[in-house]
Design a protein. Structure first.
Length: 375
């Protein structure tokens, strides 16, 4: 009896093993070719190939190397335009925009749209007097051209306005004021406000100095409705009274600074600080300004000192308006491009770059006087 039970038990185990094997075989059969191989050493399926990255555009490359969230890649387009994109800073004024050259044509400026470029529309023209405004860190400027004959026909006469000191007294300086002897240099700040408001609201174009230089050469078109605003000496009244008016109207201006006396940073994004010499705003041996008394090497050394403070050389203003051939030669050797005098007149194509004329603003010149001078 015990042997039978053992036999029955062995037979049962064999049956169970057979059933289990059958179930496994059926399961594998159902999986078919989808079943993973059980044999060791069988290679796994190959990974998908890595896609080739799309090359960055020149604008994207500039932005990638910058890492500045305020950076803006500016692109330049138009017939005959080959200038590469450049980085500018969102909210700051445009700086160093190129002035392309093309045989037999005059560059007519950069514009916000192709339509503005085709029409030479002043409201759509973009230069260093305007803040950078970009979308997704990019902006495109459209270049335009005209013939030399069209440029000459404009017959543009560009006024450079020259202010000095300022007063908040409509009646001017009192006779007991310590600078009463300079009363002709003072402008009433209310008149200055009216002047800038007129310029800002009647469609004037504000050329930069590099644009003025290219205009003189006949390489760049400037419209007749253009004006440059300057101040001599960087007097405290300029800083205290006039600069807030400049900011109010967002008006590009130039302050000619005597760098031996003042080395402060620019008081506003809209104020370019340029040289009124380093220490030549004094009388020389003959009573005239030092710049017409000193030698070429002395003048060069003074102007290099001034450039070291300001970091710019493109234009200077002669102290007291005094200059001669020696002064001009020294400026050439020191690599100054332009110089403003106090001689009355307007800048035109072909004007002597080292003898730029000006429109002097004296006390009592209200809005009507300005309109009579610049339109």
């Amino acid at each position: 009896m015990r042997r039978r039970r053992i036999f029955v038990g062995v037979v049962g185990a064999v049956v169970l093993l057979g059933v289990a094997g059958s179930i496994t075989a059926v399961a594998l059969a159902r999986q078919g070719t989808d079943a993973p191989a059980a044999t060791a050493g069988t290679p796994s399926a190959s990974a998908a190939p890595t896609p080739t990255p799309t090359p960055l555009t020149p604008e994207e490359q500039l932005l990638a190397t910058s890492g500045d969230p305020a950076a803006c890649a500016v692109s330049f387009v138009g017939e005959g335009i080959a200038d590469p994109p450049m980085l500018q800073t969102q909210g700051a004024l445009f700086a160093g925009l190129p002035i392309p050259a093309r045989e037999g044509l005059v560059f007519a400026g950069w514009y916000a749209t192709p339509e503005d470029a085709a029409a030479f529309a002043i409201p759509g023209r973009v230069n260093g007097s305007e803040p950078v405004a970009c979308v997704d860190q990019r902006v495109t400027l459209h270049g335009s051209w005209m013939s030399p004959e069209q440029n000459a026909a404009e017959d543009a006469r560009i006024p450079i306005l020259m202010y000095h000191q300022f007063t908040d007294r409509p009646e001017g300086l009192a006779p007991d004021h310590p600078e009463y002897w300079l009363k002709g240099n003072y402008a009433y700040i209310g008149d200055f406000d009216a002047h800038l408001n007129h310029i800002a609201t009647t469609g004037f174009y504000l050329p930069t100095w590099d644009e003025l230089s290219a205009f003189i050469d006949g390489r760049l078109f400037l419209p007749n409705h253009s004006v440059i605003v300057t101040d001599d000496d960087a007097h405290q009244t300029w800083l205290d009274m006039a600069v807030p008016v400049v900011d109010k109207h967002k008006m590009l201006t130039t302050s000619f600074v005597i760098t031996a006396y003042r080395q402060d940073p620019a008081p506003s994004p809209y104020v370019l600080q340029r040289s009124h010499t380093h220490d030549m705003h004094q009388a020389g041996a003959n009573g005239d300004g030092r710049i017409v008394n000193w030698t070429v090497p002395e003048i060069v050394a003074d102007m290099e000192a001034s450039a070291g403070v300001l970091g710019a050389k493109e234009v200077m203003a002669y102290p007291f308006g005094h200059y001669n051939d020696t002064a001009k030669e020294a400026l050439r050797q020191a690599r100054w491009e332009m110089a403003r005098t106090i001689e009355p007149g307007y800048v035109t194509i072909g004007t002597d770059k080292l003898a730029l004329p000006t429109i002097r603003i004296n006390y009592g010149m209200g809005l009507d006087a300005l309109v009579g001078l610049i339109g």
